[in-house]
Structure formats: C-alpha cells, structure tokens
Design a protein around this ligand. Structure first.
Ligand SMILES: Nc1ncnc2c1ncn2[C@@H]1O[C@H](COP(=O)(O)OP(=O)(O)O)[C@@H](O)[C@H]1O
Ligand SMILES: [Mg+2]
Length: 254
C-alpha cells in the first residue's frame, strides 16, 4: 500500500548509510512512509531496525544519504531546528524509558511541560484523556515501578500521545510481554491509528504484531531493505532470508 498519491509522504529516506563501531549497520536504505498509515519495519535481531528508527526523528544523523520529514531534510538542521519537528513525532522506546522517580501522571505530563504548557488544569485534563485512552484512567498517582510490564507500556504510549503528535514511532512495543498483553498493546496501537489517523512506524521482530497493524511492511536484514510492500506480498516472497524468517516464526524460534 502506497497511500494517497496526492499527499506527500511523512518520511522519505534515501540511500541512508550509517557505520557504527567500524560496522556498516545501514547499507543504503531507501524507504517511503506514507502519511496516515502504519509502516512496520520487520527483521531479526541486529538487522539495524533501532538504528534506522533513530534517524527518523533526527536522534542520529546520516553518515550519508537523506532523511526527509514532510519534505524537510533533517541532515543540515541544528538541535534547535529539530525541536519543532520532534514535537510532531511521539516516540515509544523499547524499554519504555519511564522516569521511576516520577508519578505516572508526571511522566505523561512531561512532554506537555517540555513544550511550555503551564496551565495545570489543561495538563491534568490531557493526562486524564490519554490515560483513559490506554485504559489506565485514575492511575495518575501510581509510581511506574509498581506497575506490570504491560501497564508500563501503556503509560509510555500515553506519554507518547500526550502532546498530540502527527506521528508515532514504536520500537519493539511488544518485547517482554506475554502473548495476551502483546496482543492487547498491538490492538491498542491499531485503534489509535484508526481513531486519530496517525502516521505510525513500528519496529518489531514479531510477525504477529506486524500482521495486526501493518499497512506496509519493510523487511530489513543486515542493513539492507529486502522487501517493501503489503503484508500479503511478504508471505509470497521467494527471498530466502524472508522465507527463513517466516519459517523461524512459524516454529516459534524467532
Ligand atoms: N552505538 C552503537 N555503536 C556500535 N554499534 C552499534 C551501535 N548501535 C547499534 N550497533 C550495532 O548495529 C547493529 C544494528 O543494531 P540495531 O539497530 O540495534 O538492531 P535491531 O535490528 O536489533 O534493532 C548491531 O550489530 C548493533 O550491535
Ligand atoms: Mg532494536
């Protein structure tokens, strides 16, 4: 699925290369993330998925190649110039990255305060709204370290949504969750897309999560895009690397 041809893509990555620790982690990655759809970046451990995701909001700068957000090349931008772009992009990191010294409410309010929101009533209302959205209404006063893994993911999701981003980036949102929690969080991510028309990019090694949410799937191996297209097309791919990945998943060893 390529999205509406009249709407410019949200992200456009072209010939992106990145070397880390002497190892070429991304070897000429090009991809397009259509606006309003969910793109899943699928691949095994060490494929370069997290490194790629970090380029999308300018956390990492390309060694060569370009990353464009709604037509704007991030490469030449200073940290100051990147700030307004990052505000439009919510991020859910792999480990959740919650502040355990702060209450759930303060964690969720963090991006609002960072953007200069000072109206305590408005902050409290928005915190209540997004916690309700993720099924955690009334949990503001809890401490994150007293919550289960699944609840922590929900708090992270609420925090990523708090400042009403246009786009959400997810890094392995189902990692460390049992199959039922994993399915719950994936469904929630799917619901958010449908309800708010968010552009989403989800990095995962989890085929089930991909199937639940993907409009478009990009399969990455050793820093190279081996497939970009519909989830159904991935199943029909003859690429041995993809066949192997699908077979490993079917045997529950991915
Ligand atoms: N900061 C870094 N310094 C050196 N090597 C790194 C760094 N970050 C990632 N790598 C390496 O890059 C490769 C891809 O990493 P990553 O994007 O995290 O993979 P994954 O697909 O599992 O998310 C791995 O071999 C990893 O060891
Ligand atoms: Mg990763």
């Amino acid at each position: 699925m390529t999205g509406d041809p009249d709407i410019p893509p949200f992200f456009e990555v072209s010939d992106l290369r990145q070397t880390l620790g002497g190892h070429e982690v991304l070897r000429g990655v090009s991809l397009v993330v259509p606006q309003g759809l969910t793109t899943v970046i699928l691949g095994g451990s060490g494929a370069g998925k997290s490194v790629l995701l970090r380029h999308l909001n300018g956390l990492m700068k390309p060694q060569s190649g370009t990353v464009r957000v709604q037509g704007v090349d991030l490469g030449p931008l200073s940290e100051n110039d990147l700030r307004p772009i990052r505000r439009r992009i919510g991020v859910l990191f792999q480990d959740g990255a919650l502040f355990d010294s702060m209450s759930v409410g303060d964690n969720v309010a963090f991006p609002l305060r960072e953007q200069g929101e000072r109206d305590r009533g408005a902050i409290a209302r928005r915190v209540d709204e997004v916690l309700t959205l993720v099924g955690l209404k009334g949990q503001e006063h809890k401490r994150p370290d007293t919550l289960s893994g699944g609840m922590r993911k929900r708090v992270s999701l609420a925090r990523a949504m708090a400042a009403r981003p246009d786009c959400l980036l997810y890094d392995e949102p189902t990692a460390g969750l049992d199959p039922i929690l994993s399915e719950n969080i994936t469904r929630l991510i799917g619901d958010l897309k449908t309800e708010f028309h968010l552009t989403s990019v989800m990095v995962t090694h989890h085929l089930g999560a991909m199937r639940t949410v993907a409009d478009q799937v990009i399969f990455l191996k050793d820093g190279v895009v081996r497939y970009a297209g519909s989830p159904g097309g991935l199943d029909r791919s003859a690429d041995p690397a993809i066949r192997e990945f699908l077979a490993a998943d079917a045997m529950g060893i991915s």
